[in-house]
Design a protein around this ligand. Structure first.
Ligand code: DWN
Length: 393
């Protein structure tokens, strides 16, 4: 049975930044509700938006905007080379090449449906197919040669059709091939009240126990897991075909199942309690912003993330509370955040005499940002975050 546990209100499409000339146009919005499937433990959003409305030639997000992610991709690329020695790699959702560029051109093929982004890697002579990942595409590209490694970071949870996602992977993977997939994980999301992991693009937030159930249907199984700090707590799953009995399952797979069940990721009640904490987080954030306003503090936002779209629209925050956001992404600058319509300025190092408090839209890069803005903090500048609880740092 699929049951709703969280209502995040009316939301626009998270990566649909608004140009000034379109400010008065009506934005399309949808009700963002989060559901739990008690049969397979899958957590998903209720309304699934058409893929081409989200991932098209206007897509602004670039993975290479953070050193944390560039380093993480470099590290896993090295591990893949050593551990699996792949000859033919497919990356699903290759974005601007942060992972791809760690390999020799002839060994790797990128799949990136956002044509504006696919151009970036094509320009650097990395073969990139600007189509959606489907069974049809998988068959076409692996007719002669199946992949011995498929990598995908922060992408598979964006594709609503599980049959197309994992069915295609099964088709494209060689008998002994390995799928390495990673993305924000449900346990840290629930533990840390990071409800902003839910927005239109994140159709699913996987847990180990739900993924096991899904993969089984497509002849796949997890044999190793690595928990990562990236994106506020991600899991990297190493997956093989069930028919490949040469690779043994690592102990960590059983430990993760145990850990998730102990926390209650197989029980509806856990999510109902999470929803209560989320509503408290909303109240606390509104209260603190009101107080700051009353005390005439200048508050801005740092990192106009897709995640902050959920927070701002759920908490009904606009430019009355947060003056503007700063961001390094060229395609976001000089536009307005969807829904809240807060302006996004080009990133400039924070200065205490210009700003008092900075809302961390990109809380997942807190360490990287704090390092950059050391001086601001030293001079008494404060950051405001809602993860794991609303507080000034
Ligand atoms: O899954 C997804 C993740 C990986 O990326 C997508 N569905 C969409 C997107 O989500 P997000 O926007 O929440 O991702 P990030 O990676 O948290 O976005 C960080 C934002 O902050 C970027 O716009 C870049 C910006 N930034 C900045 O301005 N200065 C980031 C850092 C580290 C900085 O120093």
């Amino acid at each position: 049975m699929i049951k709703k546990f969280l209502d995040l209100g009316l939301q626009p499409l998270a990566n649909s930044y608004i140009k000034e000339k379109d400010l008065n146009k009506r934005e399309s919005k949808f009700r963002l509700e989060v559901m739990f499937n008690s049969k397979n433990y899958l957590v998903s959003i209720n309304k699934k938006i058409a893929t081409n409305k989200m991932f098209n030639s206007d897509y602004p997000y670039r993975s290479s905007q953070s050193n944390t992610m560039k380093n993480s991709f470099k590290k896993i690329a090295e591990e893949i080379k050593k551990r699996f020695k792949p000859e033919f790699i497919i990356e699903i959702g290759s974005n601007d090449g942060a992972f791809l560029f760690n390999f020799r051109r002839q060994k790797i093929l990128g799949i990136e449906p956002c044509k504006n982004i696919a151009k970036i890697t094509t320009k650097k002579k990395y073969k990139t197919i600007d189509e959606y990942w489907t069974k049809k595409l998988a068959k076409k590209i692996t007719k002669k040669n199946k992949a011995d490694l498929i990598y995908s970071a922060n992408t598979l949870s964006h594709i609503k059709n599980l049959e197309e996602t994992f069915g295609a992977i099964n088709l494209a993977l060689s008998k002994r091939g390995v799928l390495v997939m990673e993305g924000p994980s449900l346990l840290p999301c629930v533990k840390n009240n990071s409800y902003d992991q839910f927005y239109c693009e994140h159709v699913y937030v996987f847990s180990t126990i739900s993924l096991i159930n899904i993969l089984k249907k497509y002849g796949l199984e997890i044999f190793d897991i690595k928990n990562l700090k990236t994106h506020g707590g991600s899991s990297r799953y190493f997956i093989k075909k069930i028919s490949n009995i040469e690779i043994k399952k690592k102990k960590i797979v059983f430990q993760e199942i145990k850990k998730e069940k102990k926390y209650g990721l197989n029980r509806f009640k856990t999510f109902k309690n999470f929803a209560k904490r989320v509503n408290k987080s909303k109240k606390d954030l509104i209260t603190i912003l009101k107080k700051l306003k009353k005390n005439k503090k200048k508050v801005i936002g740092y990192g106009a993330t897709a995640k902050s779209c959920t927070v701002l629209n759920f908490c009904k925050i606009n430019s009355n509370q947060i003056d503007y956001f700063i961001d390094t992404t060229p395609d976001k600058v000089n536009k307005f955040l969807p829904g809240s319509k807060i302006f996004i300025k080009k990133y400039k190092k924070l200065q205490k005499n210009q700003v008092d408090v900075v809302f961390l839209g990109a809380w997942n890069f807190k360490d990287e940002i704090f390092k950059k803005e050391k001086l601001f903090r030293k001079k008494g500048g404060k950051f405001l975050t809602h993860v794991p609880k609303v507080r000034l740092i």
